[in-house]
Design a protein around this ligand. Structure first.
Ligand SMILES: *Cc1c(COP(=O)(O)O)cnc(C)c1O
Ligand SMILES: [Zn+2]
Length: 388
């Protein structure tokens, strides 16, 4: 069943619905659970955890082999840690976890056309899976979104609508069109969230079910964070793991509504006034699932931290020097980790996983601009020059 998070009205799972009549978001009531002994020989994708996805066995998956990304050993700021390379998903961001499951459900519902608003990555991801499923996609993104993401959306054959203004203006424009076309927002769909749980299952399985002490993630709409918490909770309930990792949620200092709500001890997230930030993928002024986000943080004994834009670029470069090329949004997590180590909050011996959410290749225009700003003489050539 699909159950309203607010008034608890239940809806059947066999027909299209994106929210409750009361305006609140829907959650999937109890899904199944896999058992670790059954996983050997299953596909190296998130579909190895199919029992937990809320998609019956008889429904064919719309899949590009997403998930089961490497959990790589690395060293940052002199400390060992593990990097979950989720930017290696088929469209270059972790959003494919959610899109694959959500579009699989839409196809089984017979949905023929969808509408989505996004900062870019979710739009690109949903456009790809919609193409695969034969569903027409209309994707709204901010005019300022990275060129790579916009190009991707067009390449997948979706109708791309660029909206001037903030991320919230983009959401409003999409809403106004949603009276005619099915609204496929990743920020609302319980199936998108079910896909996010698989990041937790993978981290646990790849750690031989011995969970890390900390998982550090960027937070915008909170899908990844809320999904991780649900996923680790499933594993705890089933007795597959023994402890819940502490979840560290990281936001841009220029758009930090979750941080403010957490500091003030609130149970939901009121909006915040956003300023422009290099972390475009998490510039969400008012997340839909505020309650679930705060529950995930408090329920895991987690924390929220913010990162300023100049430090984000430092982290992009530090990762680059480790052979890992991510977009600025993805770099907020390692950036906050460095600060949490300095605070003494994370001990040297703590086992830490950082999820790297988006590929640097998507933000090539922003990276070129960044280099150009550092070397004014080179501006316009487009070529980053570094003296050696
Ligand atoms: C969407 C996105 C995020 C934030 O994800 P939420 O699940 O909305 O909190 C983080 N990093 C990148 C690269 C993204 O595209
Ligand atoms: Zn309701």
């Amino acid at each position: 069943m699909l159950v309203c998070a607010s008034c608890k009205t239940a809806f059947p799972v066999d027909r299209p619905r994106w929210r409750c009549e009361c305006g609140s978001y829907l959650v999937l009531s109890a899904s199944g659970m896999f058992s670790p002994g059954d996983l050997a020989g299953r596909p190296a994708s998130l579909w190895r955890y199919r029992e937990a996805l809320g998609i019956e066995d008889s429904t064919p998956a719309v899949t590009l082999g997403e998930g089961f990304t490497p959990l790589a050993d690395a060293t940052l700021d002199g400390f060992p840690l593990k990097l979950k390379l989720d930017f290696l998903c088929p469209t270059g961001s972790y959003k494919d976890r959610g899109s694959a499951v959500m579009i699989t459900r839409f196809k089984s519902w017979g949905v023929s056309e969808i509408l989505e608003d996004s900062s870019g990555n979710a739009g690109a991801s949903i456009a790809a899976y919609a193409a695969l499923a034969g569903i027409r996609a209309n994707i709204y993104i901010p005019q300022s979104a990275s060129a790579g993401k916009a190009a991707q959306i067009s390449m997948y054959g979706a109708r791309l609508v660029k909206v001037p203004g903030t991320r919230a203006d983009t959401a409003r424009a999409a809403w106004n069109a949603a009276s005619d076309i099915f609204y496929a927002s990743h920020n609302w769909s319980p199936y998108f969230l079910a896909g996010m749980k698989t990041a937790a299952y993978e981290i646990a399985e790849q750690s031989a079910w011995n969970t890390p002490d900390w998982v550090v993630v960027p937070v915008g709409g909170g899908g990844l964070l809320a999904g991780l918490y649900l996923g680790f909770s499933d594993l705890l309930k089933a007795g597959i793991i023994r402890s819940m990792p502490r979840l560290a949620a990281v936001q841009s200092a220029n758009c930090d509504p979750v941080y403010r709500a957490w500091l003030q001890g609130l149970s939901d997230v009121p909006g915040a006034e956003p300023k422009p930030t290099a972390a475009e993928g998490i510039a969400v002024a008012q997340p839909v699932r505020g309650k679930a986000i705060l529950e995930a943080i408090r329920g895991s004994n987690g924390v929220v931290r913010t990162v300023a834009d100049d430090l984000i670029w430092d982290s992009v470069e530090a990762l680059g020097r480790q052979g890992v090329y991510v977009e600025p949004t993805a770099a907020v997590a390692p950036s906050a980790l460095a600060a949490m180590r300095k605070e003494g909050l994370i001990a040297a011996a703590d086992r830490v996983v950082v999820i790297l959410t988006g590929s640097g290749l998507k933000a090539t225009d922003k990276v070129v601009e960044h280099y150009a700003a550092q070397e004014p003489a080179m501006a316009g050539s487009g070529a980053p020059m570094h003296r050696v």
